[in-house]
Design a protein around this ligand. Structure first.
Ligand SMILES: Nc1ncnc2c1ncn2[C@@H]1O[C@H](COP(=O)(O)OP(=O)(O)OP(=O)(O)O)[C@@H](O)[C@H]1O
Length: 347
């Protein structure tokens, strides 16, 4: 299934709810086998797009294609997709195994095959040992795995996941992120994953669509979206933008417009500190530290530039000296970065 064909296609899809345009003319191709994330702030239309793909909504205009077939007016149960929701929606009175088998039973799959497929799905999510428990006897992460197994047992070519990790605490969330990646690899099917968490999208996805107000601002690999954001919105939503505009930008970047540079690309040095030689392709700006945030592994410095504007710089806490970095407030500093890391933005 990783043949790179198109698993899901959207053609100029618009969805209006009374006065609200939730989805505004979106076109998109999701390739078979990819881990595709839809990332954006609350209300940007991600869930609505997922529901349009699942068939829970019919678009006001445009087309939805699954595996090349127009399914715009096809009922959800006639579409080759399964959805995993954030709230799991498990049956509390059934065992884990019964929950997983339920969909197959409805489809009248014979008992032996049902048992085999449920066992395989529970193996995939590493829950084989808990098959006879009820959902109430499981942790949040385990319940999420049951929900996944229940979808995987149908062997859908496309799995839709709506913030499936949203209810988990941070540690469990990180664990489930790598579990989901493994399951995606092993199942070899297309995952369409909705999240508002940029770290989650960056670490898990083959490609990301960044949503803003019902439109897609950029589709690209995590590195493309992070290193080469297509708009100020993307630069700000995925990572820290460090945006300068107009005259302030012109003085630092050498030409007007909107420019950004990622904080970790900036070298911060104080007068008297040993300086690496400044290369011909490096840009520099001078200013004073206006804020210091010690964050353990790294320290975040806000620097008010002499030429106007503010840039954030990150410094890895390599020698532990930043533990008392707050004393550096007000210190003059020089910021240096390679011009390849200057990002010109169209807006
Ligand atoms: N059934 C509905 N009736 C009316 N408005 C709706 C309906 N569903 C969604 N909307 C509106 O459409 C817009 C997009 O909603 P959607 O749920 O798709 O956003 P989202 O990006 O998934 O947000 P979140 O991350 O909060 O789930 C919002 O303004 C929302 O209020």
């Amino acid at each position: 299934m990783t043949d790179g064909g198109t698993a899901v296609g959207l053609r100029a899809v618009t969805m209006r709810f009374a006065a609200v345009t939730a989805v505004d003319g979106i076109s998109l191709d999701i390739r078979a086998g990819e881990f595709f994330s839809m990332l954006g702030p609350s209300g940007s239309g991600k869930t609505t797009v997922l529901r349009l793909i699942a068939g829970f909504e019919e678009p006001s205009s445009g087309q939805v294609l699954l595996n090349g077939r127009d399914v715009t007016r096809t009922a959800p149960f006639d579409r080759d997709v399964n959805t995993v929701f954030q709230d799991y929606a498990l049956f509390p009175h059934m065992s884990v195994r019964q929950n997983v088998e339920y969909g197959l039973k409805v489809k009248r799959v014979p008992r032996t095959e049902r048992a085999q497929r449920a066992a395989a799905a529970l193996d995939t999510v590493r829950l084989a040992g808990l098959a006879e428990r009820r959902p109430g006897e499981l942790s949040g992460g385990q319940r999420q795995r049951v929900a996944l197994a229940r979808a995987l047992v149908n062997r859908p070519p496309v799995l839709l996941l709506d913030e499936p990790l949203g209810a988990l605490d941070l540690k469990l969330r990180l664990e489930m992120q790598s579990e989901l990646k493994r399951i995606h690899r092993e199942a070899g099917i297309t995952f369409v994953f909705v999240t508002h968490d940029q770290d989650e999208a960056l670490t898990m996805s083959d490609r990301i669509a960044v949503f803003n107000a019902g439109r897609i601002e950029q589709v690209g690999t995590p590195a493309e979206v992070y290193e080469r954001p297509a708009s100020s919105f993307v630069a700000g939503f995925v990572g820290t933008a460090n945006l300068l505009r107009g005259e302030e930008a012109a003085r630092v970047f050498g030409s007007p417009g909107s420019w950004a540079v990622r904080p970790e690309k900036i070298r911060l040095t104080r007068p008297g500190e040993p300086q690496e030689p400044v290369g011909p392709d490096e840009l520099q700006a001078v200013g004073r530290i206006t804020d210091v945030v010690y964050a353990g592994a790294q320290t975040r410095f806000a620097v008010g530039l002499e030429s106007g504007g503010r840039l954030l710089a990150l410094r890895a806490n390599l020698d532990g000296h930043d533990a008392d970095a707050a004393r550096l407030l007000g210190s003059p500093v020089t910021l240096t970065w390679h011009r390849d890391h200057s990002i010109a933005l169209p807006d």
